[in-house]
Structure formats: structure tokens, C-alpha cells
Design a protein around this ligand. Sequence first.
Ligand SMILES: C[S@@+](CC[C@H](N)C(=O)[O-])C[C@H]1O[C@@H](n2cnc3c(N)ncnc32)[C@H](O)[C@@H]1O
Length: 358
Amino acid sequence: MLLNCAKSKGTAPFSIEDKRLTAVAATHTEPFLLDADHTLPAQRLAQLHKALADTLRLQILRLLRNESFGVLELCRLVDIRQSALSHHLKVLAKAELVATRREGNSIFYRRAFITDDDALADLKRAAFDAVDTLEIPSEQAMQLEQLQQERSELSLSFFEKNADRFSENQGLIVEREHYDSSLIDVVEGLGLPADASVLEIGPGEGRLLVELARRFAAVTAVDNSKDMLDLSRAAIAADGLSNVEFLLGETANARETLSGAADLVVFDMVLHHIATPAATFKDVAALLKEDGLLLVIELCSHDQDWVRSSCGDLWLGFDESELDQWAVMSGLRFEQGSNLALRNGFQIQMRVFKKHAN
Ligand SMILES: C[S@@+](CC[C@H](N)C(=O)[O-])C[C@H]1O[C@@H](n2cnc3c(N)ncnc32)[C@H](O)[C@@H]1O
């Protein structure tokens, strides 16, 4: 079944109900005229400048360069009270510089995706570029690293404790037979030659890894859990295959030895376990050859908080626009996608991105 899991999460544009500005609009010409979607361009411009006219808000935008953070995480990073931070986030959201997503009971903030049809796109891009030249103070950089490490450890410790119960947990979300055959169709549909070099990140028990190794000459399995990597090693051995290299670590480690080596990188239900998904996309871009493909199979955004404790998920799925944004920021372009309905109301998105020459 094809389903669309994208949600529109931008903040509402300024309403024409602001009486003072509507009155101004009635008495002034061009810059105050309502645009096609009934917003006041002058008001958006003013909101944008207001949002940028504060050093703390610039710091927040800087921190959101690559990752999204919850309000409490941001409080920790910029060391201010939640009520004060909420005010700043509201100003940034009104200026459409940040977008939000709900993760269970928490709201996560990220930089808004700038679209070309936004009249303020150039200004916003220039503002983000300028913000990115700002240095992150050393205390904040340390907090940032610690926070990312805490997220990673949470995910890693889950797989260390639950490797033997993996299938049982995954069965809550996925009906394997149907899922596996859809995945194989997608991989075959990519049209890669048999001598392609393929990397699977987080192969878990190795079900897809075996299929990849049957089809492609050189396959590398990268997993940061020794127990899970051992499971996939056993699956490959049981199938009598010998064309798979195993690497204990993450994409950042793979990058050290395999930069520019892959025709295809696959993430199958892994990204929602990764502490820093945006940075992971950057690693992937470095791992791919020119014209190489990234295949992401991932849960759509959902609100089933129980997966954090039962399945070790760090993120409650992703909107396709988030995946696309991280891809674009890493120099990858969207090629094709399809969706699949799973158990217990979950939906999965399969998205293919291509690395293009600069
Ligand atoms: C939910 S399992 C998915 C396994 C398999 N791809 C599947 O769909 O059956 C997630 C896998 O990703 C691995 N993993 C989690 N975070 C990782 C990271 N940062 N780098 C590499 N592997 C990771 C876990 O150890 C686990 O094997």
C-alpha cells in the first residue's frame, strides 16, 4: 500500500488578523500588500530580523546546524531556564527559522528547511551561513559532545542487553516475510551491477545482509554492537558466503578506511537508533562514490513512545522532509521513494538518494 507520511509542520504564517498591521497594509503600498497566501511580507521580514537580533538566538541556531534538540537538551546546552528558552524558541519559530517535531512528550527543534519559493530564502540562507561561522564556546561544545554520547550509549546498551530478543522485539513492528520481499524488490530495482561495492549499516541479525551478499561482489557490514555484529556474522557463515567484511563501529569509523568506496549504502531500520542522524548523512556522502546510492528504510514519524523502552529507539521515526533535508545538506539528491504499512499502525518509508558530482 502506498501511503504518504509527510506532515506539514511549519509554523503558521503571520495572520492578517493582526489589526495594526492590517491597517498599515491598507495605507501603504507594495511591501505591505498581502501575498498569495494572505501573509504580510513586510511582517515576515520584520520577524526574521527580530529573531536574528539576539546573540542567544544566534547561538541556538548555531547549535541546530546539524541536529535537532529537545527543549531540555537545549536548556542544558545554552544554560538558561526553560521558560526563557521557550520565549526564544517561539521568536525563532515565528520567523520560520526553526521547525518543530513531536517526539512522544517532548518537542524537538531543528532548523527550518528553506524552500526556493520562500521570498525570504536568500536572506535566511545568508543568515544561516553567517551563523555557521560563529564558534561554539568550549563549554557548550563539551556539553554537546556529552549529550550525543549519552544518546549513543542509550541505543548501544539496548542492543547489548537485547541481542537475543531482537526478533521478538522487531516482530512488534514488522511482519518479516512481507517486509523482506519488499526490500529485496527495492534493492533489485536499483539496477546496480553484480560487481558493486555495498555497505550495510546496522545489519542486526543479518537478514538483508545475506541477500546483499548473494547479489553483490563486495559487502561490508558496519554495526556498533559486537553482539549484533556476531549475529550477522553467523548468518553469513550459515549461508556459506565469504564476500562480507565486518566492521565494529559507526559510519564515522567506516569513513576512516572506506571513503569514496561504496556504490550503495543501506540503512534498514537503523537511523532511529542513531544519536546524530544529520552527521550520519554527511558520513554516508563521504563513503559513496560519485553517482553512488543511499537507500534508507525507516519508520515514518509516529507517536508510539513505548518503542523507546521496548525497541531501544532514540527517535520516533522521521518525516520524509527531514531525511530529504539531511540528504541535501550532505550533497545527496532524492531519487525515488515508496511507503509501506506495517504492524500496529507503523508505516515505513523507503527513500533512495544519489550522490552527484559537485
Ligand atoms: C533495529 S536494528 C535493525 C537491524 C536490521 N537492519 C534489520 O532491519 O533487521 C538496528 C541495528 O543497528 C545497529 N546500530 C545502532 N546504532 C548504530 C550506529 N550508530 N552505528 C552502527 N550500527 C548501529 C544496532 O546494533 C542494530 O544491529
